[in-house]
Design a protein around this ligand. Sequence first.
Ligand SMILES: Cc1ncc(COP(=O)(O)O)c(C=O)c1O
Length: 380
Amino acid sequence: MDRRGFVGTGMAAGLVGVGGAASSLSALLGHAPGWGPGKTLPDGSVKLASNENALGLCESARQAVIDAIPHANRYPSDYTPELLQELAKYMGVKEENLILGAGSTEILQMTVQAFQGPKVPLVIADPTFEDVPRYQHPLSFNLIRVPLTHTYAHDIARMREHAEGSRRPSIVYFCNPNNPTGTITESRGIDAWIADAPETTTFLMDEAYFDYVDNASYWSALKWIDTHPNVVVVRTFSKIFAMAGLRVGYAVAHPDTIVRLTEYVAKNSPNVLATAAGIASLRDSDHTARSLEVNEVSKKIVHDTCDELGLECLPSDANFTMHRINGDLDTYIQRMADAGVRVGRPFPPMLEWSRLSYGLPEEQNRWAETLKGFRAKGWV
Ligand SMILES: Cc1ncc(COP(=O)(O)O)c(C=O)c1O
């Protein structure tokens, strides 16, 4: 098959009118024929628990998945080159700077495995995304958790002491913006460390929420990849492209580092349908704009509600935030679930805070009304 033909551009072009002409939020939310947001859960609950993108796949990606079904009997290797080509263009890098995985989860796993060694310090923030420490086995890292600063940023000075103090090779995980707090660590400080670090310090830069950041003190670590093989930038199609269920993630790094990571990748991921959706999503900038717009509306609902109830809410540069609750967190999570609203899991040590994803505005309003009902009962 002609590589360029795997995912056509006709559908994406046809969509321009939907996003481009949409002037109101209701238009954004899917009153175009055949297009609608992602579904609520089968039991009717709204899910504001996993930092997904409730808008769902863009129309061109949905169509691409359908069109790719006849190719699902084949291994993906004939189709991945088109995704790599499109992604290289999108990221402004060369294909040799990229490696794909089944979600960025696989990329995190590969990177940790590629750079591991017995007793290697693995330095992470506390709290942060919990995935990376899971991959320390069987070699058993020296896992070091460094509490976030009072502004919920990574504590660069302390992380550095731990990473470089032992004079061994080390891995440093920066989740920026950080999950679960939604806060950023200023890039200037990170840059200063990378510029000065020994090449045996590996920087695993998780930028899953990069697209949501609107902050002049934040920029990608991508600028380092040509000169620093010890920097691995990790991105995902799960968030801004709403593809969490399809599983596509990638690393951007120096070609030598990509070769090293290749030894740890599970062959043939991502699959054919995910590849098709990924190509279409990269070509649909309208969907990205819609996602950001919806995110902002829901974010405002959350922050206004917290202000009204006097509950502290962290500033967020992502598609979720943390807000305080008064009372026991497990009880709060269960009560919300009983009311049909699934909120985030506990993130120790922040057990007086609930992590809440931004969904569609009507979903966020349901959360807001439920929370106000809890306040009336004296529960929060
Ligand atoms: C910071 C961060 N990194 C990586 C992931 C994994 O995402 P995926 O495997 O869907 O790309 C998540 C998921 O929520 C996340 O929050």
